[in-house]
Ligand binder design. Structure first.
Ligand code: FAD
Length: 444
């Protein structure tokens, strides 16, 4: 039995290929993931901005992998020496699962820092739930600002703070501002785009490390021209009583704090006996086999895979979708090769570049040395990602979303009840906090 831990980029693509290449009745493939779907993360900023329906940026595992066993749950720990994993299903007691071959593909988690107030007030941007929440939250802040005469409440509601200037942070920042500006211009006569304050804080001297410095500088100029505030060489120091304090001495009230300052390998790895490097990633051979092991494999954000295209000793592939999807295919082919008694082949891929969207019809791209800005880059971003999102079904739905959005006006309605759907019913039922029964209802 092949155990695939994680059904994200690497997990889904590996299982898809194993499902195709292993004969029926051959090795069973079991995919374990806390979510019943794979998330196509590069579309999360567009899902947050409402250009793509959030359901269309996820790929259902059970439907896509009919010949695999999908377990909705989390792997808690793993002993490869015993070939056993401990699994916590969504409901019920944890149990042990034995396997023969391991594919470790549990990805990464947000890399946070012990900044006072961050855990209480911040939100990450890695899941479809966070994208939906942020979309509703930003639109609800516009509603709040438009419905009050209190200047302090209005300023706080209209101040949006992002931390981290990689592609996830910049795309989320730019896409959400684009959506909010559209909403304010078309539906909030009491507000003006200049009432909003969008602040992005980046600790280093540049944003978008995936593109050349001139492209990153162009992006900063582009965002600044839109009235957005990009602070380089600046850190978030503290969040207290809704007030954000920065290392440059500035502080301001802000209802929104989005943390996109990098990722770290899934902490699950610390609960395994797999060899880890100094950054907590699984040490891998170029074949994607875990160092020193024949029947354990790893790839994607949690794996330290030697980059054979670079001369620098110790260079490893970057944590991005481009490598994840290619590594998954090589990994699956290598698993099949080893099961058939053949030699596995090394993974080699030279990074082609990066595309990022900065809102409707705005983007920046650098692919195979070709630099594009504005509309051509945005078009390339869409063309590239629609070609990459798994399954024809998802491609068709995403294209249909774009087509509809180009004909009709953008949907900019806050579904506020999504954030707390039971509140109205609980109130109607007369359950108020502190009264008997309220705790049970809230826990349910
Ligand atoms: C907003 C955003 C935008 C991005 N845009 C781009 C882009 O434009 N281009 C690009 O190249 N890359 C982009 N990336 C990065 C890219 O998405 C990742 O590099 C890629 O998803 C890594 O694949 P993975 O399989 O290693 O991890 P994931 O795709 O994150 O998959 C990991 C899976 O493991 C599951 N899991 C977690 N814990 C457990 C557990 N204990 N047990 C079982 N399963 C578990 C998770 O639920 C998840 O499904 C973006 C990322 C984000 C967040």
């Amino acid at each position: 039995m092949v155990l695939v831990v994680g059904g994200g980029y690497v997990g889904l693509y590996t299982a898809l290929r194993l499902q195709k290449r292993l004969s029926r009745g051959g090795a069973e493939v079991v995919v374990v993931d806390p979510q019943p779907h794979m998330t196509y993360q590069p579309f999360l900023p567009e899902a947050a901005a409402g250009s793509v329906e959030p359901r269309h940026v996820v790929v259902p595992l059970r439907r896509t992998l009919p010949r695999c066993r999908v377990v909705t749950g989390a792997v808690l720990s793993l002993s490869h020496a015993d070939r056993r994993a401990r699994i916590a299903p969504v409901e019920g007691a944890p149990y042990e699962l034995s396997y023969d071959v391991l594919v470790m593909a549990a990805g990464s988690v947000a890399r946070t820092l012990p900044i006072p107030g961050l855990a209480e007030h911040g939100i990450g941007f890695k899941s479809v739930g966070e994208a939906i929440y942020l979309r509703n939250h930003v639109l609800a802040r516009l509603d709040a600002a438009a419905s009050t005469d209190d200047p302090a409440v209005r300023t706080r509601a209209l101040t949006f703070t992002f931390v981290g200037g990689g592609y996830a942070g910049i795309e989320a920042f730019a896409e959400l501002e684009d959506m909010a500006r559209y909403a304010v211009e078309h539906h909030y006569p009491r507000l003006s785009p200049s009432d909003m304050r969008w602040v992005l804080v980046e600790a280093t001297g540049r944003i978008l490390p995936e593109v050349d410095l001139d492209m990153a500088a162009w992006t900063v100029r582009q965002l600044t021209a839109r009235g957005m505030d990009v602070r380089l060489n600046t850190r978030l120091e503290e969040v207290a009583d809704g007030v954000v304090r920065l290392s440059d001495g500035d502080s301001f009230a802000s209802d929104t704090l989005v943390w996109t300052a990098g990722t770290r390998p899934n902490p699950l790895l610390a609960e395994t006996d797999l060899p880890l490097d100094e950054r907590g990633r699984v040490r891998c051979a170029p074949t994607l086999q875990v160092s020193g092991l024949e029947d354990a494999w790893a790839a994607g954000d949690l794996a330290a895979v030697p980059d054979l295209t670079k001369d620098t000793p110790g260079a490893t592939t970057a944590p991005n979708a481009q490598h994840a999807v290619r590594q998954a295919k090589r990994l699956a082919d290598n698993v099949v090769a080893v099961l058939r008694g053949e030699e596995p082949r090394p993974y080699r891929h030279a990074y082609a570049g990066s595309v990022a969207s900065l809102g409707l019809h705005e983007g920046v791209a650098q692919v195979y040395g070709v630099k594009l800005k504005g509309w051509p880059a945005w078009f390339m971003h869409r063309a590239y990602h629609v070609s990459r999102v798994p399954t024809f079904n998802r491609k068709a739905r995403v294209v249909a979303d774009w087509a509809l959005a180009s004909v009709f006006r953008r949907e900019v309605i806050a579904l506020g009840q999504l954030q707390d759907p039971r509140r109205e019913f609980v109130t109607a039922a007369g359950l108020v906090p502190g009264r008997p029964g309220a705790e049970r209802m809230q826990a349910g």
